[in-house]
Design a protein around this ligand. Structure first.
Ligand SMILES: *Cc1c(COP(=O)(O)O)cnc(C)c1O
Length: 396
């Protein structure tokens, strides 16, 4: 666990933080990057050093200079008091929830939450005696109406990573804190560069590092950052669960982080261009991207975020599966696959009616989630243009 007060670089802009935090070249013979420490056992030189517990590293699971470097950079970016790393983004969500709940508790989770997190709540937490209520992501301050005597925690995710509802995090956090509840935010879409949930009132911010922080689709990673109030709980849950990412994955997170700002700039620019282009297409009913003025959460996005990333959803006008397959199967630059946040463009069809429980999904056409990668935007547009021609002809 990295504590913010142990960092020495002071307060600088986030673009500088991603380059400089978590690096101390002259501790490693001047090499720019920290080495990949592969290690379990850490030796103590003397009995006295074992007794004193003053050695900075004691066991590979607790920390290595590599994991410490990434924690130090992330805790600074999030403006938190402590960061712990996990071996995946879903691991970050489940670890963050386990840090705060006990048998007999009730928690509130947005209906727009990353879908596999529902399985953790509905199966595992339920078995441990924790009850979950899913709520309308647009609920805002009215979340108070769902609080019970035993409510412990509210999970927000803004925007939802498939359906893109923006949540009023400050309103929800105010309501929750009036009752001394924990507020946990999944911040994967925005990354700590474009949204700082702790500054908006959340106690904990979660990043699926797998996405933009790693940024190259080559590793799984998660991070949980807490404010002062939450830090102690995160340290405890880390100790109890033994959560730690692999050395190589941690290094890939550090490596990805260094270019996060410039990558996001391009993702954002291209995504906005393509979202606007798609919005004007006759085959498209709606584009769900908070940076578009047409998005119902645009004002919240403008108020609370400093940027938009490369992920959005398109609702097509109703078409049959043959036409949809013709569109998808012939695309050259958009791979079909889950996850996102790498340098490459992706598209994936999905059906929110299959998992929603608190709110109804009323769109009638197919939903496609796009990730806009770092390719030339002209090539992506022309790929999509050809796709629509195939869709309209109904043949691949
Ligand atoms: C992908 C994702 C996760 C899970 O991350 P993994 O590393 O794939 O386990 C959690 N939350 C959100 C919003 C995500 O997009």
């Amino acid at each position: 666990m990295a504590d913010k007060d142990k960092t020495s670089k002071g307060s600088v802009r986030p673009e500088t933080t991603v380059v400089h935090h978590g690096r101390d070249p002259f501790q490693f013979h001047g090499f720019v990057n920290p080495p990949v420490y592969r290690g379990s056992t850490v030796l103590y030189k003397t009995f006295a050093s074992l007794q004193s517990r003053e050695q900075p590293y004691t066991y590979g699971r607790r920390a290595t200079p590599t994991t410490h470097a990434l924690e130090e950079a992330i805790v600074e970016l999030e403006g938190g008091a402590a960061t712990i790393l996990t071996s995946s983004g879903l691991g970050a969500v489940s670890t963050a929830l386990l840090a705060f709940v006990s048998a007999g508790d009730h928690i509130l989770i947005t209906d727009s939450v990353y879908q596999p997190a529902r399985a953790f709540a509905d199966k595992m937490l339920k078995r441990l005696g924790v009850e979950t209520t899913y709520y309308d992501p647009h609920i805002g301050a009215d979340i108070t109406s769902l609080f019970r005597e035993n409510t412990r925690l509210v999970l927000v995710e803004s925007p939802g990573s498939q359906t893109f509802e923006m949540q009023d995090i400050p309103a929800i956090a105010n309501a929750a804190h009036a009752r001394d509840l924990w507020v946990v935010a999944d911040n994967t879409w925005a990354t700590p560069l474009y949204c700082k949930p702790l500054a908006l009132g959340a106690d904990v911010s979660i990043e699926a590092g797998t996405k933009y922080i790693v940024g190259h689709a080559d590793a799984m990673l998660g991070a949980v950052t807490g404010n002062d109030r939450a830090a102690r709980f995160l340290d405890r849950v880390k100790e109890a669960l033994g959560t730690c990412p692999g050395s190589e994955e941690t290094y890939l997170g550090l490596r990805g982080l260094r270019t996060l700002d410039v990558r996001l700039e391009r993702h954002q620019r291209s995504a906005l261009t393509i979202a606007k282009w798609l919005e004007a297409r006759p085959e498209v009913a709606k584009v769900l991207y908070p940076a578009l003025e047409s998005h119902p959460g645009h004002a919240l996005w403008k108020r609370d975020f400093t940027g938009a990333t490369g992920l959005f959803t398109v609702i097509l006008n109703p078409v049959d599966d043959i036409a949809l397959a013709a569109f998808l199967d012939g695309l050259h630059f958009f791979g079909m696959g889950y996850s996102w946040g790498g340098y490459e463009s992706l598209v994936i069809p999905f059906d929110p009616t299959s998992y929603r429980t608190a709110t109804r999904w009323t769109e009638s056409g197919p939903a496609l989630r796009f990730h806009i990668g770092l390719e030339a935007v002209e090539d992506l547009v022309s790929d999509l243009e050809d796709g629509f021609a195939r869709l309209n002809a109904g043949v691949a």
